[in-house]
Design a protein around this ligand. Structure first.
Ligand SMILES: NC(=O)C1=CN([C@@H]2O[C@H](COP(=O)(O)OP(=O)(O)OC[C@H]3O[C@@H](n4cnc5c(N)ncnc54)[C@H](O)[C@@H]3O)[C@@H](O)[C@H]2O)C=CC1
Ligand SMILES: O=Cc1ccc(S(=O)(=O)O)cc1
Length: 484
């Protein structure tokens, strides 16, 4: 039996309280996760503090960067171990995990190491009242011990998206992976030891949120800042915890993202793009599109074409050739998504395709599968149009004018992402400027350059990470003023 242990001060730590880790594809037992209690979380925070005050805190930026490149290289060397662990924990297809999750896991260390190496800070020469001069210059210091609370949808990618810049800036981290996906964060502990990252720089505590490792970590007074990706309501709880001690937070939260397809779009590219944004990772991407608005002249044709795409998706085990649809993460999440499928029917939706559970055979019948689903005909007040579902589904509605499309896209409490499909350059710019989101993709989706700002407007988050913007959260910018 496999055991997923905590990683504290460079050592793997077992606890007496464990819980099952099961594979979403077939519910088989993958291993037992050792839940960290308040004592283990405290030990992890202390180890992180000690590392900050020790070798890591004294290390030159150059050496730190070398080590983070070595972490990336070691992830790539152990690519298959990470791939197998991620596929088992999430059930996602090989094609997805091998092209996105694991490569990004490595890239997140390299990119931020290089950014930290190359970013300058400001200087100002200042006239003084006595007719002399002063020189101001800025320095960036690490924020300190960072609590990193992670979701289950892109476990390695989203964890390293925070750990990479945090370590590059000289901080130490205590990571709380999702209880659903403990494997790759644990494996990363082995990588840290293998390349010589000092003990205590990277720590992992396993467990749940309330009254477990998540709450123990976010309420711990030794944590200097908290970065979190997940549900908006959890963000509210973590923000309340962070208020004690006035500790900064960086949040990437939920979304109810719109896709806008204009009649002048390249039709085939728009259909393929919206299909990806609605169904990739079985719809479990915060950037995914659950509300599609299509200009009336192409509406019917678009609905038929997206239906064909949804019905062509092949659910199955990660490794099987041609499989491009995985399961949902858990039975609980499957029930949540299916409850929205029911709500859509109750509210009078036309179910264009899907709406239930696919017929899976053998062991896969025990997995958390749902059909890709498309609805039309609902009013904007319907639950599946208002609330984040996080499943492979979308509602499609027609619109007439550009103004109407923008108003529909903005009619939500969330503000994470929009994807716009048009061949009209002027329209693309106009729409991009007016949609109230952190990221607007034109004729694309999930096309990421890690140097760009990433984050949500409105209820979708606080702060921006990515490129130099990550430095705003992970460092304390200080000014030194010297009277010359
Ligand atoms: N924006 C995104 O990328 C993601 C959004 N979600 C949304 O969240 C929903 C539920 O997914 P969950 O994993 O249950 O999200 P969640 O927000 O409940 O959990 C994310 C992480 O926060 C931890 N956590 C939960 N409550 C906490 C608390 N009070 N204090 C400290 N840590 C806490 C969890 O243990 C987990 O590590 C999804 O259906 C989806 O709507 C989920 C995953 C990613
Ligand atoms: O699912 C949420 C999500 C997906 C990707 C990223 S990023 O590419 O690392 O910025 C962030 C959040």
């Amino acid at each position: 039996m496999k055991h997923f242990l905590n990683f504290i001060g460079g050592e793997f730590v077992a606890t007496s309280k464990t819980f099952d880790n099961r594979a979403p594809a077939d519910n088989r037992l993958l291993g037992r996760v050792h839940e960290a209690g308040a004592a283990e979380v405290d030990a992890a925070v202390r180890a992180a503090r000690a590392a900050l005050q020790g070798e890591w805190g004294r290390m030159s930026v150059g050496r730190r960067i070398e080590l983070l490149h070595a972490v990336a290289d070691e992830i790539n060397r152990r690519f298959d171990d990470f791939l197998q662990a991620e596929m088992a924990d999430t059930g996602k297809p090989h094609s997805l995990a091998s092209h996105i999750d694991i490569p990004r896991g490595a890239a997140n260390f390299k990119v931020f190491a290089d950014i930290v190496k190359n970013v300058p800070t400001e200087t100002f020469e200042t006239a003084t009242p006595d007719g002399g001069q002063a020189l101001n210059y800025a320095i960036r210091s690490p924020l300190g011990v960072i609590g990193v609370v992670c979701p289950w949808n892109l476990p390695l990618l989203l964890m390293t998206w925070k750990v990479g810049p945090a370590l590059a800036c000289g901080n130490t981290v205590v990571v709380k992976p999702s209880e659903e996906t403990p494997a790759t964060a644990t494996l990363l502990g082995e990588v840290m030891n293998a390349v010589g990252i000092p003990p205590g720089v990277y720590n992992v505590v396993h467990g749940f949120g309330p009254q477990s490792a998540g709450e123990f970590l976010t309420t711990h007074p030794g944590v200097d800042g908290i970065t979190f990706t997940g549900e908006t309501r959890t963000g509210e709880a973590i923000m309340a915890a962070a208020a004690k001690g006035v500790r900064p937070v960086s949040f990437e939260l939920g979304g109810k993202n719109a896709g806008l397809v204009f009649a002048d779009a390249d039709f085939d590219k728009a259909v393929a793009g919206i299909a990806r944004s609605a169904f990739e990772n079985c719809g479990q991407v915060c950037l995914g599109t659950e509300r599609v608005y299509v200009q009336r002249p192409i509406f019917e044709r678009f609905v038929s074409a997206l239906k064909a795409r949804a019905e062509a998706l092949k659910p199955g085990p990660s490794e099987e050739a041609g499989v491009n649809l995985g399961p949902l993460i858990s039975r609980e999440h499957q029930q949540k998504v299916l409850s929205y499928y029911q709500k859509a029917r109750d509210e009078g939706a036309t179910v264009v395709t899907g709406g239930g559970v696919p017929q899976m055979t053998g062991a896969l019948a025990e997995g958390h599968w749902v059909q890709p689903t498309i609805w039309t005909g609902l009013p904007e007040s319907a639950a599946v149009i208002r609330e984040e579902i996080f499943g492979p589904c979308c509602h499609i509605a027609p619109f007439d004018t550009e103004e109407e499309a923008i108003a529909l896209a903005n009619a939500t409490d969330y503000g994470l992402a929009t994807t716009v499909w048009t061949e009209n350059l002027g329209r693309a710019h106009r729409v991009a400027r007016q949609v109230e989101v952190g990221i607007c993709w034109i004729n694309s989706w999930f096309l990421r350059d890690l140097r760009t700002a990433f984050g949500g407007a409105k209820a979708s988050g606080i702060g921006r990470e990515g490129g130099v913007h990550s430095l705003e959260f992970y460092t304390e910018l200080r000014n030194v003023c010297i009277k010359l």
